[in-house]
Design a protein around this ligand. Sequence first.
Ligand SMILES: Cc1cc2nc3c(=O)[nH]c(=O)nc-3n(C[C@H](O)[C@H](O)[C@H](O)COP(=O)(O)O)c2cc1C
Length: 259
Amino acid sequence: MKDKNSISNVLKVALGVCLVCAVVVSTAAVTLRPHQEVNRNAFRQLNVLQAAGLWQPGMNIEQAFENIDHRLVDFDTGEFVEFDESFDPVRAARDPAMSRPLGDDPAGIGRRANIGEVFMARNDAGELIRVVLPIHGYGLWSTMYGFLALEPDLNTVSGVSFFEHGETPGLGGEIENPRWQEQWVGTRLRDDSGDLAFRVSRGPTPSGVSDADYRIDGLSGATITANGVEAMVRFWMGDEGYGPLLARMANETSATEVF
Ligand SMILES: Cc1cc2nc3c(=O)[nH]c(=O)nc-3n(C[C@H](O)[C@H](O)[C@H](O)COP(=O)(O)O)c2cc1C
């Protein structure tokens, strides 16, 4: 009689188990991918709404998003380009055919995609009430991804959200803290002469400083992350980021109607 515990039998059983497990894991990975995509998209939409201050618990994300125009902009010209449902900003930033390396790279992102997303929120009368801009930049450990929402004056921050990063919880991870994010509301980006004045203080902003309108408090014990946040906001609001789009919109006599 054949020995059930022979080496060849043990190997056959082990191989069989491996094969079955591999099939189960790959099937799960393939079948769950569309659900993951849907959830990832819903999570981004939720963060756009949160940054814009248009989110209330219990809302239906899809419905709330109906008043938001999702558009694509050419960063260099500031002109909108044809919308492409399949556009993936992260993939675009990595693809040499869809991005370019940055010489001056204060946000530590290496390359910038040629095209970027813009979310325009409108009220029921169709007037522009928020412009939400995706931003990303390097902190201490990771690339931090967020949304910065602007009032129709295109200079006053109406909110911020950070939805993906690998900073340390309790230190750099405090960028997610709603209490820290609250102080962004009403902060201005450019001063009266049009220069970018936004900055993140090292620790709390000292009282009485003349540029308090443009500053938010730093994160104690996480100055490197906070510096990364400052650099990314300044980069994305500047000439290499959304600067050309914002300048073009500001030049229109009635931005709220035109866009
Ligand atoms: C385990 C560990 C994790 C840290 N995580 C962060 C972080 O996520 N962001 C950050 O800016 N600093 C982090 N730091 C602290 C930095 O090394 C640095 O000390 C700090 O950014 C300086 O900020 P401060 O001047 O406010 O103390 C971490 C330090 C340690 C030991």
